[in-house]
Ligand binder design. Structure first.
Ligand code: NAD
Length: 452
């Protein structure tokens, strides 16, 4: 044990519980155990592995209320979001439970024999999770990894270990064998870093900041360790004058203030066609004023507090541009902040360029389609984004031109577990979810059989 972490409820600053943090010896022991478990987990008949994953999914569903309440208390997520998040874990497990029985290779025509390919598991996979969406982000890593026959060691973020610990218990209850899925709470510099340096961890799935992601990628290079990175974002919500402005404006607060803006897909830059700018701002102001920031355990809550005092203070550094208007937030204890709309004077502004990870959005006008595309792409990131227009040809042109992994037209939804998710440029490397995620958790082995 390398110490204790005191979990704080961000909505009222009360102490929730203490969590033991693993030391190096504990991490090494868990990795060794996961490596031993791999030898049997990979040989379990595909249908049996599928059944175990379905049982795991069912057990998550049986605990959905408890998991959701843990997230409300630990992370300040609204109860409606937290229930969606618990259900997302079950859905992703169910989706990938179909994979073990369909992990097909190929038979490739060659002279003098037969050539076949196999998709082999990698071994122990280390999943490193940030604090903003503790449950879904963990599930996007561990569900396909387990389905492909790997074992998993999972490190939750220091702030938000509770649902991950619970998922570890639920897995055992569902019959997943010991060592196949192990949750190791601890520090990034100890547990996360050991995943990178330990030779028996054969792949890292990292979600978090671009800065730490780069150091993980560099660390993985040492062993040519496989790595998937899901990093930061500064996504644009592009609103054309020919769109349904009422709909676009009503949806815009949720697109950036959901989870108090602590969302890698937050549409934190709104670009509005010049001729519709004033009308949009009027509609947007009324939507922001109505956005309900309140006790996250209430069914009506649309936004809760920020995760921590540190995050609250970091967000305050971005308020040096003219404020167009603000919403409201509770006062008193807790890391509360009102949704804030900025109108930066230039695209050089820090609030326009950097990921804020808080309830702050910047709005700027654009001239025409080319200007919208240029402004949307003027960033090192490329994770998400939205395009609002009634012209479907324009929607397709702009979708193809924006350098981003996940775009939605007349919608702000980014995540569907059936479809690939990931970033362009410094928003990441590789894709999670969707039908191809298994490829990130397998090696292709080619075998030639001589028939002469
Ligand atoms: P972070 O990078 O500080 O931490 C992420 C995880 O990495 C934590 O578990 C942390 O303990 C661990 N870590 C820290 N240092 C490490 C090290 N040296 N070696 C190994 N592990 C280490 O990020 P955060 O503050 O927890 O999360 C916020 C960031 O995550 C934002 O930038 C956000 O955009 C990003 N994010 C991206 C996605 C995506 O899918 N692209 C999703 C959610 C969050």
């Amino acid at each position: 044990m390398s110490g204790i972490y005191q979990v704080i409820n961000p909505a009222n600053e009360s102490i929730v519980t203490d969590v033991d943090l693993a030391d190096l010896a504990a991490v090494d022991a868990a990795i060794e155990k996961a490596d031993r478990a791999f030898k049997t987990w990979r040989t379990i008949a595909p249908g049996e592995r599928a059944k175990l994953l379905r049982a795991f999914a069912q057990e998550v569903t049986n605990h959905r209320q408890e998991l959701a309440m843990l997230e409300v208390t630990n992370s300040g997520h609204t109860i409606s979001n937290a229930l969606w998040e618990a259900d997302n874990v079950a859905n992703v497990l169910n989706y990938y439970s179909a994979a073990p029985e369909r992990l097909f290779g190929r038979q490739i025509p060659v002279p003098n024999g037969i050539d076949i390919t196999f998709k082999e598991p990698l071994g122990v996979v280390g999943v490193i999770v940030p604090w903003n969406f503790p449950m879904p982000i963990a599930g996007w890593g561990f569900a396909p990894a387990l389905a492909a026959g790997n074992t998993v060691v999972l490190k939750p973020a220091e702030y938000t270990p509770l649902t991950a610990i619970k998922l570890g218990e639920i897995a055992l209850k569902a019959g997943i064998p010991e060592g196949v899925f192990t949750v190791i709470p601890g520090k990034g510099s100890i547990v996360g870093n050991r995943f990178v340096t330990h030779p028996k961890v054969r792949k890292i799935v990292f979600t978090g900041s671009t800065e730490v992601g780069k150091s993980i990628m560099a660390g993985c290079a040492e062993q040519v360790k496989r790595v998937t990175l899901e990093l930061g974002g500064k996504s644009a919500n592009v609103i054309f004058a020919d769109s349904d402005l009422e709909k676009a404006a009503a949806a815009a607060p949720g697109a950036v203030f959901d989870n108090a803006g602590q969302d890698c897909c937050a549409r934190s830059r709104i670009l509005v066609e010049k001729k519709a700018f004033d009308k949009f701002m009027e509609l947007f102001e009324s939507a922001v004023k109505k956005f309900r920031v309140e006790d996250p355990s209430l069914a009506t809550a649309e936004m809760g507090p920020l995760i921590s005092k540190k995050q609250f203070e970091s967000v305050q550094n971005y308020l040096n541009e003219p404020v167009a208007f603000k919403g409201s937030a509770p006062s008193g204890k807790g890391f509360w902040m009102a949704p804030t709309v900025l109108q930066p004077k230039s695209t050089d502004s820090k609030s326009w360029r950097e990921e804020i990870f808080g309830p702050v959005v910047s709005v700027m006008p654009f001239e025409d389609e080319a200007d919208a595309i240029a402004k949307a792409n003027d960033t090192d990131f490329g994770l998400s984004g939205s395009i609002w227009t009634r012209d479907s040809a324009k929607a397709i042109r702009v979708s193809r031109a924006i350098e981003s992994g996940n775009l939605s037209v007349n919608s702000n939804s980014s995540v569907r577990y059936w479809t690939p998710f990931g970033g362009y440029k410094q928003s990441g490397l590789g894709r999670e979810l969707g039908p191809d995620a298994l490829d990130s958790f397998t090696e292709v082995k080619n075998v030639f059989i001589n028939t002469d």
